[in-house]
Design a protein around this ligand. Structure first.
Ligand code: ADP
Length: 751
């Protein structure tokens, strides 16, 4: 819907510096959101080099220009380094080109160098306009333009080194690449009892190294923000790895960030670490430098959705501002899109790099934020080859861990972290086999430190799981088991049935005092349908599985006019459907929250027919499994097939259980680990103080918080097993804008 804007002129976009996966989804969202608002868009090819050179580097974009790029890594409009832009004459030429091309708003996607450059261009703008008019390179009336250009920046960098956003575009995908590589190395290392040193990118930021070590269960990590505490680190590293071998580890992985150094600022290189280990451990040590594979490949689901939302928000911002407005960085903060002054973000980013260079590591850690430091602490504990011995005077609690519901990728990572963190705190950890059915049968074991080794990367559910929600006589049996096994606290890792079970225990306390112990739920379900948490463990992996499957399905249709109806899981919750639609470019999503009527189907069918008549080759519709009992996936496919006639064929794809399986994504592993850490700390604290709350951990506003489960009934739609409030529903209008046919008919031939 076109709207009135405060400024005339066109909107330009450029990508600059090192490319990163996610730049294309951002580009697509920017072009289509602007066109949707009735604003002309130009892409400036080859970054600042194209901006300085002008001419053919300014390309007018239409709806189709950004079709078929959502799944591609890199940037479709090119990126280049530009020494010219570093000189005032280069930037003056850039201003001239922008004015001559009638550009009044600019969105730059790039790293800290590029965003510094963009900010500089904005600050010098009026000076350059004056010079250009004085030199006769612009006509006298161009002085009107001296008030400035409206500018927004998006941080595109795999390093996640930019202040003002929790994630930079490309960092999640890079973490996927690194995690896959380390998982692969782990299996070969274990076969030969070998040690691998892995060097990862990140320049002066240790994010990728730290998070990949946390996600893969590596044995040691070297990052710039936290150099080894003393000069004896090489010996301690060898001792630790040797102790791990003695304790039964067959493989060892050491992750080294490319910017790592010791406390004197002397670089710690991956080659040096390898030599140290080879000498100290008298075994073969292999070195793998991951290099540019980390930058390449198809963007992850997160990088697709985040970049799409950021691109859309950047367009809204630049269209709402007057000339000369303070440039802003569009970023993600606490799971919400927000913006902050670009200059301040650039300054803090440079300060962090400077703090590291000067050896002020506390300052660097402060700028990186709380969850970075928290991850370092967690890793320090999980990496130990054996737990700290219990204190002699300590009360040793007995904490049970049990699953409930359906398998969700990341559950094993949660158990591993819970078991190790509990053991390290001096307590006894009990693992219940096969959910509450196993609890009733008394199938309870005592997992040791090494028995959960390798669980961070494994899919499925090692302890076993089922959907049983205790009822009737079960409560008596479970209460007896709690007493017999002297269980002091219970951690339930699972989905809807986990929360139901915890609530039932709470309501049975009067009859069964055994339930008067602290109980905590850790949300783990691909459905993402739990109250008190914006995300549950497993949903990110399921989404990535959907994205991979749909990418392949789309490719299979190259030669024919085809429309796919893809059914995804989620029970009555449309999270996977909507986010799957956003990250694959589906033109329509159907979910239970919105329902579907015959009139909707007719309108969508007409839309499809019109599209294929105009030359469209591919249609994609994503449907939640529970959208409507009558209008099932086969029904929809048959209806569209019949009515589509010779114009297009229809195929259905019911993705099924591939969504529940697979190795968890780095995000799910890390979320599971962070949740487990907080749950164990909470349960210990409750039990030690004689309290017995029943609660759930969750991510709210991006921070980890506790939900009191006494409130459960008033937070959920019991019948449809989902929270009454679902934050992601607010993203529906954006999905609709990007999926429609564009402001002028006849524009789109593919997604
Ligand atoms: P990144 O954006 O990935 O950090 P670079 O640091 O190479 O990549 O910056 C990309 C481009 O941005 C450079 O080639 C140059 O044109 C421009 N640029 C970077 N820093 C500056 C600066 N301080 N002044 C002017 N232009 C700059």
């Amino acid at each position: 819907m076109p709207v009135a804007h405060s400024l005339d002129g066109r909107l330009a976009i450029l990508t600059s510096g090192g490319d990163s996966p996610g730049m294309n989804p951002a580009l697509r969202a920017i072009v289509r959101s602007a066109l949707d608002q009735g604003v002309e868009v130009v892409a400036i090819t080859e970054g600042f080099r194209g901006l300085v050179a002008g001419g053919d580097h300014f390309q007018t974009m239409d709806w189709d220009s950004v079709g078929g790029i959502l799944h591609l890594g890199g940037t479709a409009i090119g990126s280049a380094r530009s020494p010219d832009f570093r000189r005032p004459e280069g930037r003056r030429a850039a201003v001239r080109n922008l004015i001559q091309n009638d550009v009044s708003r600019l969105i730059v996607i790039g790293g800290d160098g590029s965003l510094t450059a963009a900010d500089l261009l904005h600050r010098e703008w009026s000076e350059h306009v004056d010079d250009l008019v004085a030199a006769g390179e612009l006509p006298p009336e161009a002085v009107e333009k001296r008030t400035g250009i409206v500018l927004a920046g998006l941080a595109g960098s795999i390093d996640n080194d930019f202040f003002g956003t929790d994630m930079t575009i490309g960092a999640d995908t890079a973490l996927h690449r690194i995690t896959q590589a380390i998982d692969a190395l782990t299996s070969t290392a274990a076969s030969h009892q070998r040690t691998f040193v892995v060097e990862v990118m990140g320049r002066n930021c240790g994010y990728l190294a730290l998070m990949s070590a946390l996600a893969t269960g590596a044995d040691a990590v070297f990052i710039p923000e936290k150099p080894p505490e003393d000069d004896d680190w090489a010996r301690r590293l060898c001792d630790r790895l040797s102790a791990g071998r003695k304790a039964g580890r067959r493989d060892s992985i050491v992750v080294v960030a490319e910017g790592a150094h010791d406390r004197h600022g002397k670089p710690i290189t991956s080659g040096e670490v390898r030599e140290i280990l080879e000498r100290g451990m008298a075994e073969e040590v292999r070195l793998t430098i991951l290099g540019h594979v980390q930058r390449g490949g198809s963007p992850s689901a997160f990088d697709r959705t985040m970049s799409t939302l950021l691109g859309h928000a950047a367009v809204q911002f630049v269209l709402s501002q007057d000339a000369g407005a303070e440039p802003q960085l569009m970023g993600v903060r606490n799971n919400r899109i927000q913006h902050q002054p670009l200059a301040a973000c650039v300054e803090q980013t440079v300060l962090a790099a400077q703090a590291i260079a000067d050896g002020r590591h506390d300052e660097a850690l402060r700028i990186r934020g709380g969850s970075f430091s928290d991850s370092i602490d967690t890793l320090d504990t999980l990496l130990r080859s054996l737990p700290s011995p219990p204190r002699p005077d300590q009360r040793r609690l007995r904490i049970a861990v049990v699953h409930s519901g359906a398998p969700a990728p990341g559950m094993n990572a949660a158990v591993r972290a819970a078991v190790r963190l509990g053991l390290d705190a001096g307590h006894v950890m009990l693992g219940v086999r096969n959910g509450f059915a196993g609890f009733i049968e008394g199938r309870i074991e005592e997992p040791g430190w090494m028995s959960v080794r390798g669980w961070s990367s494994s899919g499925g559910c090692e302890l076993g799981i089922n959907r049983k929600v205790p009822s009737g006589h079960d409560f008596y049996t479970i209460a007896r088991t709690i007493e017999d096994r002297r269980i002091d606290a219970i951690l339930i890792i699972g989905g809807w049935s986990a929360y139901q079970t915890a609530y039932r225990f709470l309501s049975k306390r009067e009859a069964f005092p055994a339930f008067d112990i602290p109980i905590m739920c850790l949300p783990a379900t691909i459905n993402n349908n739990l109250p008190g948490s914006e995300l549950s463990v497993g949903a990110d992996t399921a989404l990535n599985s959907i994205v991979e499957a749909v990418d392949k399905i789309k490719q299979s249709a190259v030669a024919s006019n085809r429309c796919f109806v893809v059914e995804v899981m989620g029970r009555y919750c449309g999270y996977l459907t909507l986010m799957g639609g956003l990250s694959t470019g589906a033109e329509r999503v159907y979910m239970h929250e919105e329902g579907v009527t015959l009139a909707d189907l007719k309108a969508d069918l007409d839309h499809l027919v019109q599209g294929f008549r105009r030359g469209k080759r591919l249609g994609l519709i994503i449907r939640n499994e529970m959208t409507n009992e009558t209008y099932t996936t086969p029904f929809m496919a048959a209806l569209f097939e019949e009515e589509g006639g010779d114009l297009f064929e229809v195929r259905q794809a019911i993705l099924g259980h591939l969504q529940q399986g697979g190795s968890p994504t780095p995000f799910d592993r890390i979320l599971a680990t962070r949740f487990a850490k907080r749950c164990i700390a909470h349960l210990i604290d409750e039990a030690e103080h004689g309290r017995s709350s029943v609660s759930a951990i969750g991510l709210q506003g991006g921070t980890i918080q506790t939900l009191d489960l006494r409130d459960l009934p008033r937070l959920v739609d019991e019948q449809h097993q989902r929270p009454l409030e679902q934050w992601w529903l607010s993203l529906r209008p954006i999905a609709r804008v990007l999926a429609q046919s564009g402001p002028t008919p006849n524009m789109r031939s593919e997604m």
